[in-house]
Ligand binder design. Structure first.
Ligand SMILES: *[C@@H]1O[C@H](CO)[C@@H](O)[C@H](O)[C@H]1NC(C)=O
Ligand SMILES: *[C@@H]1O[C@H](CO)[C@@H](O)[C@H](O)[C@H]1NC(C)=O
Ligand SMILES: *[C@@H]1O[C@H](CO)[C@@H](O)[C@H](O)[C@H]1NC(C)=O
Ligand SMILES: *[C@@H]1O[C@H](CO)[C@@H](O)[C@H](O)[C@H]1NC(C)=O
Ligand SMILES: *[C@@H]1O[C@H](CO)[C@@H](O)[C@H](O)[C@H]1NC(C)=O
Ligand SMILES: *[C@@H]1O[C@H](CO)[C@@H](O)[C@H](O)[C@H]1NC(C)=O
Ligand SMILES: *[C@@H]1O[C@H](CO)[C@@H](O)[C@H](O)[C@H]1NC(C)=O
Ligand SMILES: *[C@@H]1O[C@H](CO)[C@@H](O)[C@H](O)[C@H]1NC(C)=O
Ligand SMILES: *[C@@H]1O[C@H](CO)[C@@H](O)[C@H](O)[C@H]1NC(C)=O
Length: 738
């Protein structure tokens, strides 16, 4: 089924592509001339997609460097928490089956056999492989991928239903807003490039870094024109750095009219574009002497963030556009409280939480105001007679884990905070732990002590999920223990809440001890709380939401693929820590230098035999990579899996978990977010209905969902590297192009 889409899409492409060939000037020179002309006057310089592709594919490829790059990158990938389960997911999970290590070996073998003709195809295969894990914490940004982003820049799509429950249809956002304004001569999009619109969107969403197919579908659309922070959210369709061989999208509407949208390549090369040829571009972006590979990381070690959500600046921002007037808000709209006056919401308060990114590298430090304003709003809402509350976390990509726990503690102040994580247990982690725990911490500099504690691998600083310190030594902790096929460490708490929380700077409430977070009893009964998502809830958002669900709150999931099925509320990575590769680099180099010091001192921390293995498995510095990765923390892995009290072996991202209620967006919800809240309230507490009916109780793991649209046995990332051009051409021939 999928290859048919590809055939049709790429068939169109080949026709368009041949029209552009034959230009006499070097395509890169042409781009650099455009850039020189336009960069001063235009914020975003773009060029025809095919021209960018011609330039990218004229880059050389050095097989030897490619092979050695894979070998070095593979050492970093060992830190990814769930490699074994990704390759062999449990039947209830909707995750793709993807063996990342086998996939890398496959790309390596293509490289070593000289089957890549340019760097761009190699990099594209790498991105497709890594992104096919659909994990928001797992990200690779190879050198050539920073040059351009392809997008149909004028095409913004939405998916709306007439009543929130009937199957939705695809519209352009422009048309949907006309519909909302009462215009009638508006048609849904029936086909895109000759393929059913919904089917094409779902197919195009397959590399989005969200685990749930409905969440991925939402990612392709702009059903939330403004996010909860008031930032415009109207993403162009199909923005990607991998070229999908589609030069334009041809939309056919139900009334038989049609419209075509060109795909453009936006120049995103760091430092602009002045490259005159493919080799020039290679030298500039992929030469080992130029591009810096690491940047100082300001990410707090507890931060877990799936993507780069709109980063609030450290200055105040205005209240969110199109939303009702807030009752109370944090000055960057990190939390905003509303008393909407929509019918049906008279006794319902709404707390919008668009992000948990309460601290960042720009100096934002809003852990305390975030938690306190949530507390004040909830406290005042109960005094003001509100009986129920909706916590709106639509498109919340996560952030600081502490803030997730803080918000949970606002709602359940008298509960013990439970946090259970595991690292993947592999040799490099074992060596780091052995060395970090083998030295005398009193005998090293303060800088080294800080490095050790931020590694998260010092046994003395670890607690088990019950917040008790129980690990005698590194080996007790490391194991390895088998957890659903993943060699794993013991369960360990993300941190000790007693040490981590601070009543004034980082308040988290346990039994009234959170400073201004001082309630002793829950402000609302669990059944009077809805957590509202659009599936795009990742990282800290998943920790918060899963904790809320464990206490019996209801969830409503918005949007998703057209169907009459229920939907998952949490569609993003449920891992509890993202780790940028530059931090793994720092940890590895610390291990190297401490080991070296111990050898010099005559008290080596590893046996000779282990030192040989150490040399082999430890990640080398990123700056020594044969091909650089992009700067700026755009390369990361999921470092820790998260587990629940009831299942200590299956990482939560592999647990299928239905929302209490599934609803679709409507034309009205596009222009007024309060309509979404009213719909969710009516379906949960009133007489409204849900797509697929109300799901009873806590459905964690209770469903074996035989998904009719997506397959979880997809395997193409392992079996077809290097096929970007080849596959497209083959299918074009197969579909009868002349
Ligand atoms: C057909 O539908 C399209 C898309 O909504 C719209 O732009 C166009 O005006 C419609 N044509 C007629 C004749 O109604
Ligand atoms: C109500 O909000 C104010 C801040 O506007 C805060 O000082 C007060 O403590 C809140 N009341 C409750 C009960 O939370
Ligand atoms: C917390 O308070 C609620 C409501 O009073 C109660 O139902 C629940 O059992 C309490 N939880 C604990 C752990 O005491
Ligand atoms: C070091 O080698 C010994 C066997 O010689 C092995 O038991 C031990 O696990 C190794 N340590 C590490 C950290 O790999
Ligand atoms: C601490 O460092 C000193 C000086 O380098 C060394 O003599 C001593 O053995 C070290 N002690 C420990 C416990 O490592
Ligand atoms: C290891 O220690 C030796 C001797 O102190 C030093 O010359 C060398 O630079 C060190 N190497 C590393 C990688 O730290
Ligand atoms: C709730 O939904 C029912 C059924 O669709 C509808 O009749 C009713 O008007 C809705 N109530 C509100 C307050 O919107
Ligand atoms: C899958 O499709 C079949 C046939 O159309 C239908 O009977 C079944 O309920 C569907 N399963 C799900 C989970 O939607
Ligand atoms: C996955 O691909 C491998 C290599 O091509 C093949 O041997 C295997 O049968 C495939 N597995 C599935 C489930 O398709």
């Amino acid at each position: 089924m999928h290859s048919n889409f590809q055939a049709i899409a790429s068939g169109l492409v080949v026709i368009l592509a041949t029209g552009v060939l034959g230009a006499s000037e070097d395509p890169c020179t042409e781009i650099s001339n455009s850039y020189a002309r336009e960069s001063s006057s235009q914020k975003r310089v773009h060029v025809p997609a095919q021209l960018a592709v011609d330039c990218l594919t004229s880059m050389p490829f050095d097989s030897e460097k490619g092979v050695s790059f894979i070998d070095e990158y593979s050492k970093y990938l060992e830190f990814q928490s769930d490699l074994e389960l990704l390759a062999n997911p449990p039947p209830s999970s909707l995750s793709n089956r993807v063996d990342l290590r086998a996939g890398l070996q496959s790309i390596r073998s293509y490289a070593s056999r000289g089957l890549y003709s340019n760097q761009f195809h190699f990099d594209s295969d790498l991105m497709d492989l890594i992104n096919s894990a659909n994990d928001g914490h797992l990200l690779i940004t190879p050198c050539s991928s920073t040059a351009f982003t392809f997008m149909a820049s004028d095409l913004v799509l939405v998916s709306i239903s007439v009543d929130g429950v009937s199957s939705p249809q695809v519209y352009t956002q422009h048309d949907a807003k006309l519909l909302a304004a009462g215009l009638n001569d508006i048609s849904p999009v029936t086909y895109i490039n000759g393929v059913g619109a919904a089917a094409l969107i779902e197919y195009q969403s397959r590399f989005q870094r969200l685990q749930d197919p409905d969440a991925r579908y939402n990612m392709m659309l702009s059903n939330l024109p403004y996010n909860g922070q008031g930032v415009s959210n109207s993403e162009p369709f199909a923005a990607e750095t991998v070229w999908r061989e589609t030069s334009s999208y041809y939309l056919t509407f139900a009334n038989q009219s049609s419209q075509s949208y060109d795909v453009l390549a936006v120049v995103t090369a760091p430092g602009g574009f002045s490259y005159k040829s493919g080799s020039d571009l290679f030298e500039g972006l992929c030469g080992t002497t130029t591009s810096p590979t690491t940047s100082p990381s300001g990410t707090p070690s507890t931060s877990a963030s799936a993507s780069a959500p709109a980063v609030p600046s450290s200055t105040s921002t205005p209240p969110p556009t199109t939303y009702p007037t807030p009752v109370m808000r944090e000055e960057h709209n990190l939390v905003v409280g509303y008393y909407p006056d929509e019918p049906g919401l008279e006794d319902v308060a709404v707390l919008s939480v668009p992000t948990f990114e309460t601290a960042d590298a720009t100096g934002l430090d809003a852990l305390a105001p975030f938690a306190e304003i949530a507390q004040y709003f909830v406290g005042n809402a109960t005094l003001d007679g509100k009986k129920r509350i909706i916590v709106d976390v639509q498109n919340n990509g996560g952030g600081v884990v502490d803030s997730g726990f803080a918000l949970f503690s606002v709602f359940f102040p008298n509960e013990t905070l439970y946090s259970a994580t595991r690292f993947r247990a592999h040799d490099a982690l074992d060596f780091m732990g052995t060395i970090f725990n083998g030295i005398n911490p009193d005998n090293v500099s303060e800088t080294i002590q800080e490095g050790l504690s931020s590694s998260g691998l010092v046994v003395q600083l670890m607690d088990n999920p019950n917040q008790e310190s129980t690990f005698g030594n590194w080996n007790d902790f490391f194991g390895p223990y088998d957890a659903d096929g993943i060699p794993s460490t013991s369960l360990v708490a993300e941190f000790n809440f007693g040490v981590e929380a601070n009543p004034s700077t980082n308040p988290i409430n346990t039994d009234g001890l959170g400073g201004d977070l001082n309630s002793m009893t829950p402000p609302f009964a669990p059944e009077d709380i809805i957590v509202l998502t659009d599936g795009r809830c990742s990282s800290t958002c998943t920790i918060f939401t899963d904790h809320m669900i464990s206490k019996g709150v209801k969830t409503v999931a918005m949007g998703g693929r057209p169907s009459s099925n229920p939907m998952q509320a949490i569609g993003g990575i449920k891992g509890s820590q993202v780790e940028v590769l530059s931090n793994i680099d720092t940890g590895s180099q610390l291990a190297v230098s401490l080991l070296n010091g111990s050898i010099t001192a005559g008290t080596p921390l590893l046996t000779t035999e282990n030192m040989t293995r150490f040399e082999k498995v430890m990640p080398i510095p990123l700056e020594n990579f044969p091909l650089p990765l992009a700067a700026g923390d755009r390369n990361s892995i999921n470092y820790r899996n998260t587990y629940t009290k009831t299942d200590e072996t299956t990482p939560t991202q592999f647990v299928y978990e239905l929302a209490t209620c599934h609803l679709f967006y409507t034309a009205q919800t596009l222009v007024n977010p309060a309509v979404t809240w009213a719909q969710a309230a009516n379906a949960t507490w009133g007489s409204g209905s849900c797509v697929g009916g109300i799901q009873a109780g806590n459905s964690i793991g209770s469903q074996s969902f035989d998904d009719n649209v997506s397959s979880n046995s997809e395997n193409d990332s392992v079996s077809s590297p290097g096929t970007h051009t080849a596959l497209g051409l083959l299918l074009a021939l197969g579909s009868g192009m002349d």
